[in-house]
Design a binder for this molecule. Sequence first.
Ligand SMILES: Nc1nc2c(ncn2[C@@H]2O[C@H](COP(=O)(O)OP(=O)(O)OP(=O)(O)O)[C@@H](O)[C@H]2O)c(=O)[nH]1
Ligand SMILES: [Mg+2]
Length: 187
Amino acid sequence: PGPSWEQAAWRSWGEVAGKQILVLGLDGAGKTSVLHSLATSHVKRSTAPTEGINAVCINTEEAKMEFLEIGGSESLRSYWKMYLPRVLMLIYVVDSADHERFPLAKQLLHQLIQNDSTLPVVILANKQDLKGAYCITDIHDALALSEMGDERKMFLIGTHVAEDGSEISSSMKDAKELIAQLVSETQ
Ligand SMILES: Nc1nc2c(ncn2[C@@H]2O[C@H](COP(=O)(O)OP(=O)(O)OP(=O)(O)O)[C@@H](O)[C@H]2O)c(=O)[nH]1
Ligand SMILES: [Mg+2]
């Protein structure tokens, strides 16, 4: 048997299967920080890596959404694909300034989606505030997004999680609206 968080996650899985939004990406990309910002509309950067799963519910007028983040550290990546078959959508977060690991981020993304040609994917190019962050067109190339398939709904949005306390950026609001709309279309 796997770790206890895994058992707990599977137990609750049946009740919500097919409605969850999986949030993946390399460690440190900003998944937890982004989810927190989306949930509260106020910025709070995460201070600790996710050790297992982080589940966050967000309700808007348009949609009820349950997000499931799985940590991005190497030991947790083997769990990523287990959750994929029954989710509504994949949100893939990248650190736009982590140039060295773009090849790895790209490889893992393409592996994830290779068996599902229609799963909607929203890519968040996070940390756009950092000096040296790749712009959206460079990220499109670095992740080979033109090779994601014609049947798939795919979106690429630049985001950043500002310093603690401020209101979320307009790009983050756009991302939230887009995700809510995709959920209401897909359900
Ligand atoms: N400058 C900057 N830092 C960010 C941004 N988003 C997150 N961070 C910081 O990046 C680090 C990692 O953020 P997390 O949200 O924990 O990353 P994660 O993807 O959840 O990482 P794991 O849970 O380990 O997979 C933290 O120190 C955050 O404060 C951003 O947009 N800009
Ligand atoms: Mg995290």
